[in-house]
Ligand binder design. Structure first.
Ligand SMILES: *Cc1c(COP(=O)(O)O)cnc(C)c1O
Length: 409
C-alpha cells in the first residue's frame, strides 16, 4: 500500500508556492497526520459522515440498465444521495473538523460551479465556522442557484473580478487571502490537487467511497471487471479507486469531458487528450495549456469537469497505466442522464453521467458473470436548468418567462 503522505507521485505533485505559504502548508501537514492517528478525530469524523452526510451511501444493482446493455452486471454507487448531493461533503467534513481541531474558526474556499462552495457552506453552518467562498464573477452569474444556497447557509460569497472571472481566478484569490490570514483561517481546497499535502489529504477523506464499495464487493461476492468514475480535478475518482490500486480489479477507468469536439477549448480531456506537464496553482501535473504555455480554455456541459488540470496522483497513475483514461462527449453525457433516469429512477449529475455513458459501453462487451461499478459522484438536481433547456427547451423557457413576469411586479 502506498503511504499516507507522498508529496510527489512520480514526477508530479510537490509544493510550488510563494515562501509565505510554506509555513501554513507545513503546519497543515503535521496537524493532518496527527489527526489521522487520533482515534478521537476519526471517531468524530465517522459520526459526522453517518449522521450529517448520510453514509454509507448505497451500492445499487442497476437491473434494468443491465438488461438494456445485455452484458456485465451494472452497479451504481449512489454518492449523490449524500447530503448536499455529491461526494464533496466527505472531504469538506474531514477538513472542517481538522480546522476546528487546529483552533481555526474561519474557513475559506474556492468554488467554480458552486458545488464545493455549497458543501463547504453547509458544513460550516453545522460546525459553527465562519465561511467565505471565493467565486469568479462570471461563475456567480452562471450559477445563481448555488450562490443562493451558500448564502442561505450563512456563507459570504465574494465575487472575483480578476482574470477571466472563473475558477482559476477564485483559487488565486483564496491563496492570497490565506497568505495573510492563516493564523485564524483554514483554506478548504475542493479536489485532490493543489500543493502538498492537499492531494494526499483529500484522497484520504474521499477514500471512504472506495472502502464502502470494497465491503460490498466482498459481501456480495462480485467478480468486478471495472470501476468507472468521472474526472474533473480527480477527487471522486481517486477516492473510489484508491483501496483497489493494488488489488486484482483489472480496469480502473477515469472518464474525462470530451465536450463538443477535439479542438482546443472545446473539451477538458487532459489524459485522454492533449495534456502537457506544467506547474499551476502550486502543483506539478498535466494541464491543457495554450501555445504560450498559459492555462488553456476548456469546455464541458458539466461545470465540475470543466477544468484544465488533473490531480497529480491520477496523472501519475495514468502514466504507469494502472488507471486508464477515456472520454465521453457532452451529448453522450446528456443521453446517459436520460438513460439512467428512465431505466433506474436515479438522476445522474452531468459530471457523473460521463462515467455512466462509458459504463454502458463497457458492460455491453462483457459476459454476464462479470460486474462493473460506476460512481454516481452526484445527483442531477443541480443541473435542472441545463437539462431542461437541452431536453425540453420550449416549455422550460415559457415557464421561466412566466415566473419572471409574476415576480417582477
Ligand atoms: C465537483 C464534482 C465533480 C468533479 O470533481 P472531482 O474532484 O473530479 O471529483 C464530479 N462530480 C460531481 C457531482 C461534482 O460535484
Amino acid at each position: 500500500m502506498e503511504q499516507l503522505y507522498n508529496d510527489f507521485f512520480g514526477s508530479f505533485g510537490g509544493k510550488y508556492v510563494a515562501e509565505i505559504l510554506r509555513t501554513p502548508l507545513d503546519m497543515l501537514k503535521e496537524e493532518w497526520l496527527k489527526a489521522m492517528n487520533s482515534s478521537g478525530f476519526r471517531h468524530e469524523l465517522d459520526r459526522m459522515l453517518r449522521e450529517f452526510a448520510g453514509r454509507p451511501t448505497p451500492l445499487m444493482y442497476a437491473e434494468n440498465a443491465t438488461k438494456a446493455a445485455s452484458g456485465a452486471k451494472i452497479f451504481i454507487k449512489l454518492e449523490g444521495l449524500a447530503n448536499t448531493g455529491a461526494h464533496k461533503i466527505n472531504n469538506v467534513l474531514g477538513q472542517a473538523l481538522l480546522a476546528k481541531k487546529m483552533g481555526k474558526n474561519r474557513v475559506i474556499a474556492e468554488t467554480g460551479a458552486g458545488q464545493h462552495g455549497f458543501a463547504t457552506a453547509a458544513v460550516c453552518a453545522k460546525l459553527g465556522l465562519e465561511c467565505q467562498i471565493y467565486m469568479g464573477e462570471i461563475d456567480m452569474k452562471r450559477q445563481r442557484p448555488n450562490v443562493f444556497w451558500m448564502e442561505l447557509f450563512g456563507a459570504k460569497v465574494v465575487p472575483v473580478e480578476s482574470g477571466s472571472g472563473t475558477l482559476k481566478d477564485a483559487v488565486n484569490e483564496a491563496l492570497r487571502d490565506w497568505a495573510a490570514s492563516f493564523e485564524t483561517t483554514h483554506y478548504l481546497l475542493g479536489s485532490a490537487l493543489g500543493p502538498s499535502p492537499y492531494p494526499d489529504m483529500v484522497r484520504e477523506f474521499q477514500s471512504v467511497v472506495g472502502i464502502e464499495v470494497e465491503k460490498e464487493i466482498k459481501y456480495r461476492g462480485l467478480d468486478v471487471e471495472a470501476l468507472i468514475a468521472c474526472v474533473g480535478g480527480g477527487s471522486n475518482a481517486i477516492g473510489f479507486f484508491y483501496p483497489f490500486l493494488e488489488k486484482k480489479i483489472p480496469r480502473l477507468i477515469g472518464v474525462e469531458a470530451g465536450g463538443s469536439g477535439d479542438e482546443p477549448g472545446s473539451h477538458a480531456a487532459r489524459m485522454s487528450g492533449a495534456g502537457r506537464a506544467g506547474i499551476v496553482h502550486g502543483y506539478k501535473s498535466l494541464f491543457l495549456l495554450d501555445d504560450d504555455g498559459q492555462v488553456g480554455t476548456t469546455h464541458s456541459v458539466s461545470a465540475g469537469l470543466d477544468y484544465p488540470g488533473i490531480g497529480p496522483q491520477l496523472a501519475h497513475l495514468g502514466q504507469t497505466g494502472r488507471v486508464e483514461f477515456l472520454k465521453a462527449s457532452d451529448t453522450e453525457a446528456l443521453e446517459a442522464v436520460q438513460f439512467f433516469s428512465r431505466n433506474e429512477g436515479v438522476v445522474f449529475a452531468l459530471e457523473s453521467a460521463h462515467a455512466g455513458a462509458m459504463t454502458v459501453k463497457i458492460a455491453k462487451d462483457l459476459p454476464r458473470e462479470k460486474s462493473v461499478i460506476v460512481n454516481m459522484s452526484g445527483r442531477g438536481d443541480k443541473d435542472l436548468f441545463i437539462l431542461a433547456s437541452n431536453l425540453d427547451n420550449e416549455r422550460w423557457c415559457s415557464f421561466l418567462k412566466k415566473e419572471v413576469k409574476d415576480n417582477e411586479s
